[in-house]
Design a protein around this ligand. Structure first.
Ligand code: FPP
Length: 247
């Protein structure tokens, strides 16, 4: 039988997919477990998704692992999530190497505990010469933080006379975003039946296709990724134009 993966058009795989991994807490509650068990199960979903991304030749996968707002969660949950991140990075580096995955991170990383920052830096270094999938972890990330950073740095350049006020365009502004090295995602997936962007890549998602699924993140697997890509491939992206102008 033809699998969902086989049905995907190989020349129409998006370059960049961004995912809001939501529903770990609800998954845990449904299974009568503590929230952290949901986050632990979420790692299985991350592994399967990364594997699937590699199989279809995706170039960039950005995962929203921890938002600026998540710092406001109870301390025990924040601590447990940080510990889980270090453990996951530690446990998975060898497999990521095997899959030729390069790792990156976006966010206000200065706010992370030293142990997380050190481990992250170490793993990014180990995988730096890989040439396959670019896996980007958005950690301590929020879009408003990122856009504010861009505004601050641009203001400095204007003040120092490096940029003239009249030269500022959206393209120039985008160059000041901390994540400016990444192409805009063509597709954004959010799990758990919530229809929000939650301060995630607001600038970059301006023309992205949005895909929502009721699946809770711990239940998400590579086949769900393929389904989202299949759905994406059957949409018409007009970028503000009309259908007839696209061909
Ligand atoms: C949202 O579910 C999920 C998070 C805040 C954390 C996601 C992190 C992981 C899956 C670990 C990632 C690890 C790596 C290495 C990328 P929620 O807690 O908001 O769930 P709820 O809305 O049901 O309460």
């Amino acid at each position: 039988m033809e699998s969902l993966k086989d049905k995907l058009k190989r020349d129409k795989i998006p370059q960049h997919i961004a995912i809001i991994m939501d529903g770990n807490g609800r998954w845990a509650a449904q299974h009568g477990n503590a929230r952290i068990i949901g986050h632990q199960q979420g790692i299985m979903a991350v592994k399967s998704t990364v594997e699937g991304a590699g199989e279809i030749g995706l170039k960039y996968l950005t995962l929203f692992a921890f938002s600026t707002e998540n710092w406001k969660r109870p301390k025990y949950e924040v601590d447990a999530l940080m510990k889980l991140l270090v453990q996951a990075i530690d446990n998975e580096t060898a497999d990521l190497m095997k899959y030729n995955v390069k790792l990156g991170a976006i966010g206000d990383l200065e706010k992370l505990p030293l142990s997380v920052r050190t481990k992250l830096k170490e793993c990014i270094g180990t995988l730096s010469s890989n040439t396959g999938l670019n896996l980007i972890l958005a950690i301590s990330y929020s879009s408003k933080w990122e856009i504010t950073e861009a505004a601050k740095n641009l203001a400095t350049d204007v003040k120092e006379g490096k940029i003239d006020r009249e030269e500022i365009t959206d393209r120039l502004f985008a160059k000041y975003l901390p994540s400016s090295h990444l192409p805009d995602p063509e597709l954004m997936i959010r799990t758990s039946g919530e229809f929000r962007l939650s301060n995630f890549l607001l600038w970059q998602l301006a023309y992205s296709e949005l895909y929502f699924t009721d699946k809770l993140w711990p239940d998400f697997r590579k086949d769900d990724l393929f389904e989202a890509v299949y759905d994406f491939q059957n949409r018409e992206r007009r970028f503000g134009k009309i259908s007839e102008q696209l061909f």
